[in-house]
Design a binder for this molecule. Structure first.
Ligand SMILES: Cc1cc2nc3c(=O)[nH]c(=O)nc-3n(C[C@H](O)[C@H](O)[C@H](O)COP(=O)(O)OP(=O)(O)OC[C@H]3O[C@@H](n4cnc5c(N)ncnc54)[C@H](O)[C@@H]3O)c2cc1C
Length: 392
């Protein structure tokens, strides 16, 4: 791989850094981290205004063609943008519309679907959630049972989804449903666009171990959507979905966020040496994590570099995801050990150090090795596709 950035890419990084310097006051994220629901709520209005500014600059969907609200940027520019935004903890929001619904529509959508949906993703009118997982289908997603049955010029949907992140804040859903129950499991799935206010669709909040409402159960009872909300070819959804899972796979945000937290812990250790003296092994772990933060970055650059060269990253992206999610957990554990009993204090406690961020990070990082595919599944992919080992 080539580690150098082009002059154009370096100039873009400077532009993003200057934008962030102008828009985010120093230490602005110290109170609540934007990656937590609590942070997102506390910073609600500010985050909305910030995202509008990103939309005006056409930065929300950088690589998209200009006609759809993007800038036609290359992969490296997208990685630079993601890295800088995550490093500063900027409230970019996570709009799955930008990440995979839009890119999938560009490949598989009809001209009418592109015209109707793409501009509304980039102007923030539509916020999307992803309706894949079910109570009995997670790692083995192809076994999903939610049914879509054609009835005249409509599809009728019945079933249940689970772990749907942000469904309560989304007005559209990107749904995988079974359209041919007789076919082999990978060959009977189709993709749909679903308005989240459709009659018959309801949801229940799921509160995670950190006490935050980030995801939901979503129920479909005879939900009717127009026939033209099917995306791509009927029963070919699994293959479209596999392509959608390939978008945005560099995982640079995970290692950039780890760098921010690692720097915070180093700063804290220097200001409060008594915490390090009380637990000397933390010094070595902080040193080790400093090395790992760089490794995480380069693993992500490798993925982007392959994409830039027109290749499709496979196990390389899996390695980056596996490494950065486990790095987040190692870092959070180290922060917890450094702070000792103070590490357990919630951001709302006046006695909390680092504004309680480590307590949030520790609890939230548990899900990182589950979301988007578990570490066991990731290791399986590396073993089979990367090392050529036989299937277990
Ligand atoms: C924070 C978060 C956000 C999420 N957001 C969404 C979302 O927006 N939309 C959505 O559709 N889903 C979402 N998910 C769901 C996520 O994709 C699934 O949780 C994940 O794919 C694992 O599936 P599961 O929970 O059913 O676990 P299971 O697949 O039941 O796995 C249980 C355990 O068995 C292990 N296991 C399973 N199969 C194998 C195997 N073949 N080899 C070895 N070990 C195996 C797993 O590693 C795991 O430890 C989210 C999850 C989290 C944690």
């Amino acid at each position: 791989m080539d580690f150098r950035f082009s002059n154009e890419e370096d100039a873009f990084r400077t532009e993003v850094q200057e934008f962030l310097k102008a828009e985010l006051t120093p230490g602005w994220d110290d109170q609540f981290d934007t990656e937590t629901e609590l942070g997102a709520m506390e910073q609600g209005d500010f985050a909305k205004q910030f995202q509008m500014k990103l939309a005006e600059r056409h930065w929300l969907a950088l690589p998209w063609p200009e006609e759809y609200g993007g800038l036609g940027a290359n992969v490296m520019q997208q990685v630079i943008y993601n890295e800088e935004m995550a490093y500063k903890g900027a409230p970019t929001g996570f709009n799955m519309g930008v990440a995979w619904v839009g890119p999938s529509l560009m490949i598989y959508g009809t001209p009418e679907q592109k015209e109707e949906f793409l501009p509304k993703i980039t102007n923030l009118e539509h916020t999307w959630c992803t309706l894949y997982s079910e109570p009995e289908s997670g790692s083995d997603l192809a076994s999903l049972q939610t049914r879509a049955v054609k009835d005249g010029d409509e599809w009728v949907i019945n079933g249940q989804k689970i772990w749907t992140s942000g469904a309560h804040r989304s007005n559209w859903g990107w749904l995988a449903a079974r359209t041919d129950p007789e076919a082999p499991k990978h060959k009977g799935i189709s993709m749909f666009l679903v308005p989240m206010d459709a009659p018959g669709l309801s949801m229940q909040p799921l509160v995670n171990m950190a006490g935050e409402h980030g995801f939901n159960e979503v129920f479909f009872e005879d939900v009717r959507i127009p026939a033209n909300y099917l995306v791509g070819q009927e029963n070919q959804g699994w293959y479209q979905l596999a392509v959608a899972l390939d978008f945005e796979r560099s995982s640079i945000a995970g290692s950039a966020r780890a760098r921010r937290w690692w720097e915070k812990l180093i700063g804290f250790s220097n200001e409060h040496p008594q915490f390090v003296s009380a637990n000397p092994k933390v010094r070595h772990r902080l040193a080790e994590i400093g090395i790992e933060v760089d490794i995480g970055k380069y693993l992500s650059y490798r993925v982007a570099s392959l994409q830039q060269a027109g290749q499709i990253p496979n196990y390389e992206a899996t390695i980056a995801k596996l490494f950065s999610s486990e790095l987040g957990q190692r870092l959070a554990r180290t922060g917890m050990d450094l702070l000792g009993i103070y590490g357990q204090l919630h951001p709302k406690s006046k006695y909390a150090y680092l504004n309680g961020g480590i307590e949030r990070y520790y609890q939230m990082s548990v899900s990182e090795t589950i979301a988007g595919g578990t570490s066991e599944i990731m290791r399986g992919v590396v073993a089979i596709r990367g090392l050529g080992l036989p299937k277990g």
